[in-house]
Design a protein around this ligand. Structure first.
Ligand code: ATP
Length: 506
């Protein structure tokens, strides 16, 4: 065996939090090595240390022949040792061509007169596209590529300096999180082929089925320590669930709600158009969880944003409990008892400079003001209760929200909105980046909050999630509702097939 990456006894503390505690692992050349663990277990911290953006306190890292102190890695040293990173959002520029995207990272080859040698650029681009099996032309706009192809392009861009040599280490941080199922399969197949060609890959994910399908080895972290190091034959869904969630997944899917068929609609949407949404009509009943499925770009997020008043309407009517609802912005929507939890929590939802407690209080601020004074004690003790109830992993409610792991930030955001006791909850990708234990918790929580006078609309690219938690799912395609799935028709497989314009024959 040839080790491509060896992490030895790496530790890192943030104040009292031991984010990594003498973590060690070895990645063999030409293998896919999964790095797993619950929210806050230390995965991102390890990756940040490898990338040189966070300094380790102690321990060493060997990348190929380069031996580095964990405290001394810099981005330049990581790159010189041939360790490359691709993060979840891929970071490609959709409005630019494939060639431009590849060469932005690398610089363009120029003549003596500083003119870009376009022919050489195109030739090099074609070589790279071929090497990474990307079906696109150099001049194709990235926006026209499917999400898995965009992820492959991001990988090709990260590895382009290696010229196809396989002594580098590629670290992928939740590359499949934003992808729908069929795109995941496409990307996983590509990763398998890259590894078979000798590329060493570290793969961080919360999706255990992927790990079982693709990983040659898996390291599971808990509280910053290596809890288990599994070989291929030991990687099973049961074992992983047990190690990560601390118990087997319940065999029974959560019971679907009992929203009576003839109940009057809580929310009625008629002929709604705006953004990419065209002429959508739907009813949401009290006690119901309604799913929105569809490929990236089908309009799932736009529909939620239209309902919440974030995007102007072109036409259509919405009523809430029979009253006309036409929010001109989020403030109106909130006043009407709507809540919206966006998918991109970093950009849209959280206040990174504020504490966990302040973020939790943000939706209910007036509650803590009395006679001109902010009752911070009450705010903090309520926050402690919420933190315990929702299983949010943080040293203290006073810690900056940016210090929490991604999954725990998601829990804060959900908890914050639930505090407003909304009538209609609009959730976009509620469990993206959330570990399986917490995912189960969020699904149970959703079931518990929908009551006869409360309903939820959940948009998700995860068809398994929609099938597990929703009473009914609408599938969107090109901004229009193209199918409604209920009862026994509501399966992940059928959702996926409708979303791909391939309606199953009955
Ligand atoms: N900048 C920071 N300041 C303080 N604590 C931090 C900071 N970054 C991370 N932590 C803490 O370190 C621990 C490990 O976090 P890390 O982000 O590595 O977890 P993770 O396994 O990547 O989680 P997730 O799956 O939710 O992304 C957590 O308890 C987190 O709150």
């Amino acid at each position: 065996m040839v080790a491509a990456l060896t992490v030895s006894d790496v530790s890192k503390s943030y104040g009292p939090t031991r984010a990594l505690d003498r973590a060690s692992l070895t990645v063999e050349r030409g293998t896919i090595h999964a790095l797993l663990g619950g929210n806050g277990s230390g995965k991102s911290t390890l990756i940040k240390i490898l990338a040189g953006v966070v300094k380790g306190d102690s321990g060493t890292v060997a990348i190929g022949d380069a031996a580095l102190e964990a405290s001394a890695i810099t981005p330049a040293r990581a790159a010189a040792a041939r360790c490359f990173f691709v993060h979840q959002d891929a970071g490609v520029f959709p409005e630019l061509s494939v060639a431009d995207n590849l060469h932005l990272g690398q610089g363009f080859e120029t003549t003596g007169l500083q003119r870009i040698k376009w022919r050489a650029v195109r030739r090099r681009t074609r070589e790279i596209l071929e090497r990474y099996e990307i079906s696109a032309a150099p001049e194709t706009l990235v926006a026209d590529l499917g999400p898995a192809t965009q992820a492959k392009l991001a990988i090709a861009r990260a590895l382009q300096g290696t010229d196809g040599a396989t002594d580098s280490v590629l670290v992928l941080d939740e590359p499949t999180a934003p992808l729908p199922a069929h795109e995941v399969a496409h990307l996983l197949t590509a990763l398998r082929r890259y590894a078979d060609a000798g590329q060493s890959i570290v793969f961080v994910t919360h999706r255990l089925a992927e790990v079982c399908e693709i990983a040659d080895r898996a390291t599971v972290l808990r509280n910053g320590r290596v809890l288990a190091d599994l070989e291929r034959h030991e990687i099973t869904p049961e074992r992983l669930t047990d190690l990560i969630a601390g118990g087997p997944e319940s065999a029974d899917p959560p019971a679907r709600g009992a929203a009576p068929e003839d109940a009057p609609p809580l929310l009625r949407v008629t002929g709604l158009s705006g953004g990419r949404i065209e002429d959508c009509s739907l009813d949401l009943r009290g006690g119901e969880i309604l799913g929105l499925a569809g490929l990236t770009g089908s309009g799932r997020t736009t529909l939620l944003q239209l309902l919440f008043g974030l995007i102007p309407r072109r036409s259509g009517e919405v009523t809430l409990s029979g009253e006309r609802l036409a929010p001109r912005g989020p403030r109106d929507a909130m006043a009407a008892d709507l809540a919206y939890v966006p998918a991109d929590r970093k950009r849209d939802g959280l206040f990174p400079g504020l504490s966990v407690s302040e973020n939790l209080a943000m939706a209910v601020v007036p509650r803590y003001w009395r006679h001109g004074w902010l009752r911070r004690g009450d705010e903090q003790s309520d926050s402690r209760t919420l933190i315990a109830e929702q299983g949010i992993k943080t040293e203290s409610e006073r810690l900056a929200i940016s210090a929490l792991s991604g999954g725990n930030q998601q829990k804060v955001m959900l908890a914050r909105w639930l505090r407003r006791e909304p009538k209609v909850l609009l959730l976009d990708e509620p469990t993206q980046g959330v570990d399986i234990g917490a995912r189960r918790g969020i699904h149970d929580l959703l079931r518990a909050v929908v009551q006869p006078d409360v309903g939820a609309i959940v948009a998700s690219s995860d068809e398994d999630e929609l099938a597990a938690v929703c009473d009914r799912v609408l599938v969107l395609r090109d901004g229009r509702i193209c199918a409604e799935l209920t009862a026994q028709d509501l399966t992940a497989e059928r959702i996926a097939r409708f979303a791909h314009a391939d309606p199953p024959t009955r």
